[in-house]
Design a protein around this ligand. Structure first.
Ligand code: NAP
Length: 292
């Protein structure tokens, strides 16, 4: 993929704030048509206005989509497909750590439902277009994946246990759900690349970045965060690996996990091929069930 993205179409989920906003800005600067997906109308509008003005690219737009709602995702894909035939880069960037709601519209745990399942459904619906465009899919994950595991037993049933609403929410369960959603996203990028030879999917850890991801944390944690801010990456630094994966040469790196713009070896035991396949199959079945 070249550094001149004229004629290319890109979707950035969560492109209205944080790492996603910088990603959207840089891709617009490279002349791509950029479609931002976000929930907040005000920040989406400001992002589009600022990015268009600063990059002099008038092909920047937004759609209000809740990745915690299959209906909202399907509505977006229907609209997008009626006006576009190709999609060259999909950046699955949006994410929550302590979501404002506990449960998605489709009765899934909000963290896993938004971070993993919402993006799975979005990619699933855009699948044909992504294949036709020989697209790149860049999935934001996190080193937090190391704190979680997914086993075959956990994938039993129509809705795997870790996707179901958490009964007694706490700081610990928030971290656990964030971790498992990021493990699932690494599996997703690997299996998508394996199943679709024409798609190049990779996952990314952006570093620890000073953004609003921690917005719902308690005051004590926020104060802690302010003290550590000078040691965190800026959103610009945090977007660097995503941008490398969007535009750099990814041949030979399909399905890999990137940190600091380099492929990074996953710890031994992180990936179980049987889990990878079953997680995909269970997720497709869930898309078919909930997407009706
Ligand atoms: N910051 C870090 O240190 C760090 C570390 C590791 C991984 N990451 C990952 O990097 C990605 C970007 O995070 P960030 O740090 O830039 O966080 P951020 O500033 O909080 O941005 C998150 C974005 O996700 C969007 N979003 C959240 N829930 C959504 C929903 N239900 N539907 C649609 N959009 C939704 C938000 O849109 P609205 O504002 O409209 O809700 C926002 O644009 C995330 O996947 C995160 O897990 C971040």
């Amino acid at each position: 993929m070249s550094e001149d993205l004229s004629g290319k179409t890109v979707i950035v989920t969560g492109g209205n704030t944080g790492i996603g906003r910088v990603t959207a800005f840089e891709l617009a600067r490279l002349k791509a048509e950029v479609i931002i997906i976000g929930r907040n109308k005000e920040t989406c509008e400001t992002a589009v206005k600022d990015i268009s003005a600063l990059t002099k690219n008038d092909k920047v737009s937004y759609h209000i989509v809740d990745l915690g709602s299959f209906k909202s995702i399907a509505g977006f894909v229907q609209e997008f497909s009626s006006s576009h035939n190709t999609l060259d880069i999909l950046v699955n960037n949006a994410g929550v750590m302590t979501p404002p709601v506990d449960v998605t519209e489709d009765n899934l745990d909000a963290t896993v439902g938004i971070n993993y399942m919402g993006h799975f459904y979005l990619t699933h619906l855009l699948g044909e277009m992504l294949v036709k465009s020989k697209a790149r899919v860049v999935v934001l994950s996190a080193e937090a994946h190391k704190k979680a595991n997914i086993t075959l037993e956990q994938l039993e049933g129509d809705v795997p246990a870790f996707m179901q609403p958490v009964e007694k929410k706490s700081c610990d369960t928030d971290w656990a759900q964030f971790a498992i959603s990021n493990r699932a996203k690494i599996y997703f990028a690997k299996e998508l690349s394996a199943r679709q030879p024409d798609i190049t999917a990779v996952s990314v850890h952006p570093g620890v970045v000073s953004t609003d991801l921690f917005r719902s944390f308690n005051v004590l944690f926020k104060c802690f965060g302010i003290c550590f801010r000078p040691f965190l990456k800026t959103p610009q630094q945090g977007a660097a690996t995503t941008l490398h994966c969007c535009t750099g040469d990814m041949s030979g790196h399909k399905g890999e996990y990137f940190i600091d713009s380099k492929p990074s070896e996953l710890a031994a035991g992180t990936i179980d091929p049987a889990v990878q396949k079953k997680l995909w199959d269970v997720s497709v079945a869930l898309c078919e069930k909930l997407g009706k």
